[in-house]
Design a protein around this ligand. Structure first.
Ligand SMILES: Nc1ncnc2c1ncn2[C@@H]1O[C@H](COP(=O)(O)OP(=O)(O)OP(=O)(O)O)[C@@H](O)[C@H]1O
Ligand SMILES: [Mg+2]
Length: 313
């Protein structure tokens, strides 16, 4: 469990984290989302005591990180995958970390196997590819068999097989009852694993929600249906929480509050012919962009043909 209260970090004039209040609970994956520079890494650094809050506080499993006697057993964190001595082998790196906590050699072998580093464990970490470095960082995070696991952008640099592996790992850690907190600047990525979402922008909390609610708010649970008898279909679908819209005289209706499957079953039950039935594919990415639009600091620019003509003239 991670609990932040009015958590704030200023660097000179810059407020990187601005009064964040949130709780990350065990047994589920919580996604920590926000555009570049939103304050995700800063928040995570404060969680593990690598940065001191300017004001407010944050605790892991009930106390401040520094207050834990064996922190690696409370929270395993991947922040900078590259913070490994390049001359040490993956095995030596993990073994050295393990020695600080009296963690047995057996556990080092376990995390090496778990992260698929077996064949390169004896190689210098400095020669590792981005993906291998990321796996080593995750191995280190899991070393203490911690109740809370926190990973900052863990899929950066991973190939599709690696991405899938991380997803399965996170889901299974949560299923074991652990607290899993994972950051990303990509909604599509987080939506695949997280149930709970904490969204930040410019250091502020923009949303504390679930993927399900976000989809609903974005109109993603809308079903589009075309039928020969819209009036009758409206009647049989009506019920609490169900909203139906459609232009008068049109065969097409938009239904929310029921699934496409339920619409199909109801229609069949009452012998109502359907011509078309589809669940609107919501773009979570656009819901996220909508939510964070005013909080994006680093906008790209688009050069239009007119601009180019202008500069050439
Ligand atoms: N040590 C520091 N000194 C000064 N400013 C900093 C420092 N660390 C972070 N910042 C600033 O604080 C803001 C938040 O940065 P942070 O790295 O936490 O964002 P982020 O959400 O992790 O972004 P990204 O998605 O790019 O990783 C940024 O504007 C950054 O420039
Ligand atoms: Mg970051």
């Amino acid at each position: 469990m991670i609990e932040a209260q009015r958590l704030t970090k200023r660097y000179g004039e810059k407020t990187a984290v601005d009064g964040l209040d949130f709780v990350v609970r065990p047994g589920t994956v919580t996604g920590f989302l926000g555009p570049n520079g939103a304050g995700k890494s800063t928040t995570m650094r404060m969680i593990v005591g690598l940065d001191t809050p300017t004001s407010g506080s944050v605790t892991v499993n009930g106390s401040r990180y520094a207050g834990h006697r064996a922190p690696l057993q409370e929270v395993g964190a991947l922040l900078e995958a590259r913070s490994v001595h390049p001359g040490r082998s993956a095995y030596q790196h993990l073994r050295a970390l393990a020695l600080t906590h009296g963690i047995p050699r057996r556990r080092v072998d376990e995390v090496i196997a778990l992260t698929g580093l077996g064949s390169v464990a004896g190689k210098r970490a400095g020669s590792f590819s981005l993906g291998m470095g990321q796996r080593l960082g995750i191995a280190a995070a899991l070393l203490g068999d911690p109740r809370t696991v926190m990973l900052d952008e863990p899929v950066n640099g991973l190939d599709p097989e690696g991405v899938l592996w991380i997803r399965n790992l996170l889901t299974s850690l949560a299923a074991e009852g652990r607290t899993v907190f994972v950051s990303s600047h990509l909604m599509s990525e987080v939506a695949q694993v997280a149930d709970h979402l904490i969204v930040v922008g410019r250091g502020r909390l923009l949303a504390d929600t679930t993927v399900r609610d976000l989809v609903r708010e974005a109109g993603g649970d809308t079903v589009r249906v075309a039928t020969g008898d819209p009036g009758r279909l409206r009647e049989v679908l009506a019920g609490p929480g169900v909203e139906i819209t459609g232009r008068p005289g049109s065969e097409e209706l938009q239904v929310s509050g029921v699934t496409a499957r339920e619409v199909g079953l109801k229609a069949a039950e009452h012998g109502i012919p359907l011509f078309e039935l589809s669940a609107r594919a919501v773009s979570l990415e656009s819901a996220f962009m909508e939510l964070t639009r005013d909080a994006v600091e680093y906008h790209g620019t688009t050069t239009t043909a007119a601009d180019r003509t202008g500069s050439a003239a």
